[in-house]
Ligand binder design. Sequence first.
Ligand code: WTA
Length: 630
Amino acid sequence: MADIKLHGEVFYPSKKVVQYANIKDWDELDKKAKEDYPGFWESIAAELDWFGKWDKVIDESQKPFYKWFTNAKVNIVYNCLDRHVKTSRRNKLALIWEGENGEFKAYSYYALHRDTCKFANILKSMGVKKGDRVTIYMGRVPEIVMAMLACARIGAIHSVVYGGFSVEALHERLEDSHSKVLIVADGAYQRGKIVKLKDIADEALERAASVEHVLVVKRTGQDVKMEVGRDMWYHELMNMPIANRSCEMEEMDSEDPLFILYTSGTTGKPKAILHTHGGYMVGVYATLKYVFDIHDEDRYWCAADPGWITGHSYIVYGPLLNGATSFLYEGAPTHPYPNRWWQMIERYGINILYTAPTAIRGLMRFGDAWVTRHDLSSLRLLGSVGEPINPEAWKWYYTVVGKENCPIMDTWWQTETGMFMITPMPCVPLKPGSGTKPFPGIVMDVVNEEGESVKPNEEGYLVIKTPWPAMIRTIYKDDKRYEEQYWGKYAGMYLTGDSAKKDEDGYFWVIGRVDDVIKVSGYRLGTAEIESALVSHSAVAEAAAIGLPHEVKGNAIHTYVILKSGFVKSHELAEELRRHVGHEVGPIAKPESIEFVDSLPKTRSGKIMRRVLKAKALGQDPGNLSTLEN
Ligand code: WTA
């Protein structure tokens, strides 16, 4: 691939990069994967340990309910921990952690295995069994990693709720998953302040009934209310005999659920995306190994939050499956100064940094000097995820951070895909703003309304035409919605919800969402969540939310509100509504603007036409208005 002349601005990998890489010839790998797709994944699966072998690699008999590695017996945690503890990796660092306040912790594979077992035994003592749901609501601390692994070890299904979410978001997720246990931290440090997670959880619990026990991890140490009989301190239980160091591994079927993770969809409430032990494990292991080119001596840092899919796949499971040393940082990139990240890269000798365009743009604003005063020569690879990266940010990242030595892995994927789907590898020539091509063997396309492939450089719907191991299995408790939403538009094609173009070299250029999802600073939010939070305020009759371009955040939320009669528009009321959304959904969902209006554009069936609002705000032509009622 490196010898072929490509169109547009291309950055070819250096000889040094290619020589060092696990995969030196992308085309060869893609050819191999396309010739024998099941065989390709089977040979990767064979690198991991299974308790019992599969009958079939891919079972398409009940599509779109695909199954992978049918009837195989496995537990992802065995491959994350126990496998390494039996080798010379036993004393290798698995996790290095720095708190925002400068605290430091490190865990070897041995230590992470030990504490995960103890944690799992605590959960067992609370009555958690295989198939039970456990909600986890914490900041970026090592215990969140152990909590997830502890659940998986005993076959419980974890449901992590991002620590930046608030009362109603947490309540909704607790209730929908019908969680028996909630694992929460007392608080989290963010930008030098304490976010009182336990207080938020208490309020959510008043609205939710299923939770029997709350396990509280002490992080910030302020006073919290502990309800007798329900709430228990993690550190106290860890010192009791129930927190035994040996904990038997639950033998799972390959297709047994590993976790659910809520994400925003087209309409209505957030949906729980379900992933399984077997296929997810193989997909995440392989993609991290090939794309971020994991070598045993690497120190790898994914700066996302464990509460989102990026954290699940590429902070927790992927690095541990690969036996890597991974770094976790609790706080904000700019605390106390904008050099915090660069300082830590220098301090720990980080080799791989994986982050989001919004973070890059945010740090770029402070100027090059904050970066260049640090020795970042340990860096070998950089990564980007969450939204399209604008070429300007790409080039800054490439030259100022990577010193033109580090290829940028712009990885396109989703909560639903579980693993990278469109992604380069270090040996692949790069074009700023494009994630290059689908992962070897995977077929993706850009199609029109009728499902036909469009011409090169024409915009259309981004679809996936082959199953892949880490694919979503269903929406928890809602098979019908899964079928309709992802496979209902075109037969045999998974609809991503994104629009994209494919250029003459077969490189994909993702443009953005075509549904009611707004990507704010890379976080995925639904217009419905913001609107229902607004409507839950006593002054609001109706509300509409749209995303408009924002220099740092990518998109910002703008809202239109119709007040109930008797309420008067004012700056104070607008501020109160913003606070209300922050309290119900979370600070990330706070609208940038609130405009009071007397009516909203609707279809005759009463659906708000957000695209009309968006076109108007951007001064663009609203397009076809034939369905508009008013
Ligand atoms: C967007 C995050 C362009 C896209 C892993 C997708 C991207 C949504 C990229 C999924 C990228 C993610 N380039 N757009 N490299 N990565 N997206 O579920 O719109 O939080 O559909 O998963 O993020 O968001 P999610």
